[in-house]
Design a protein around this ligand. Structure first.
Ligand SMILES: Nc1ncnc2c1ncn2[C@@H]1O[C@H](COP(=O)(O)OP(=O)(O)OP(=O)(O)O)[C@@H](O)[C@H]1O
Ligand SMILES: [Mg+2]
Length: 237
């Protein structure tokens, strides 16, 4: 059984997939067998009569994980809502035991499995069951991705506080600049956060014009990420 990490965020659209793909590709380059999972993906468009899970497809490509998309992303749902309500409205029952079993299967084949959440840590997978609960039952440590802009301090600290209240281990957070141009807040957030949180900042990622993660030079992530977190993510289950 390999290690695992839940890549969560302070919100939807903050760069979880971008970061997870960058980590997956880098860890692969470092020689790790990288598994990926997106337990539930919502807002999936119809493609050739099937619901296409774009995040899951990107994670699979970046990691080279050979598991079928049905395992990487067991619940693919059409409406852009939290998984619990998207499933309910689609007449689908999300089975947590099934997700846990699939995670264990993927994890058994890889050194490390990166699991991307949906939205933030308190987004529900079931009406009364959040991604924090899922991380807890799997003993998955977290990497929290935050949009580096005005508001990030509060969003990040609230997320870290909730993680701590749930007894979750936080490997660190990523400040990802998804807006252009660089704001005064983005320039100063890192320093402010360092005084308020014991969790390390693993990377501060700049805004990329016309971004296509797969077109980045191979070492782009490696040069910007503090990969020392990986040791404590491995073999800790
Ligand atoms: N550093 C960056 N510079 C420029 N664009 C970025 C950056 N990081 C992410 N983006 C863009 O922002 C958008 C959201 O990123 P991403 O899909 O990774 O977010 P997410 O948190 O995974 O969203 P979701 O909640 O839908 O899963 C994407 O279009 C992505 O290409
Ligand atoms: Mg995503």
């Amino acid at each position: 059984m390999g290690g695992g990490v839940l890549i969560t965020g302070t919100d939807t659209g903050v760069g979880k997939t971008f970061v997870a793909c960058g980590l997956a590709a880098s860890l692969g380059d470092y020689g790790y067998r990288v598994g990926v999972m997106k337990p539930a993906e919502t807002g999936c468009a119809d493609k050739d009569g099937e619901l296409f899970a774009e995040d899951a497809a990107r994670l699979k490509e970046a990691s080279g994980c050979r598991e079928p998309i049905e395992k990487i992303c067991p619940y693919r749902l059409p409406e852009p809502l939290a998984p619990s309500i998207a499933a309910e409205r689609a007449g689908v029952t999300i089975d947590i035991d099934h997700l846990l079993a699939v995670y264990n299967e993927i994890s058994a084949q890889h050194d490390i499995t990166l699991v991307e959440g949906a939205g933030g840590l308190m987004v529900p997978l079931l009406p009364s069951y959040t991604y924090a609960d899922f991380a807890k039952v799997l003993n998955l440590p977290l990497i929290v991705v935050a949009a580096n802009r005005l508001g990030a301090i509060n969003h990040l600290l609230l997320t870290l506080e909730h993680a701590s209240g749930k007894g979750l281990r936080v490997l660190g957070y990523v400040l990802n600049q998804i807006d252009s141009p660089l704001s005064l807040a983005a320039e100063t957030n890192r320093e402010v956060l360092a005084n308020l949180s014991a969790a390390p900042c693993l990377a501060e990622l700049p805004f990329l014009e016309n971004m296509e993660a797969k077109n980045l030079p191979p070492d782009w992530f490696k040069e910007r990420f503090a990969f020392s977190f990986i040791e404590s993510a491995l073999n800790r289950r």
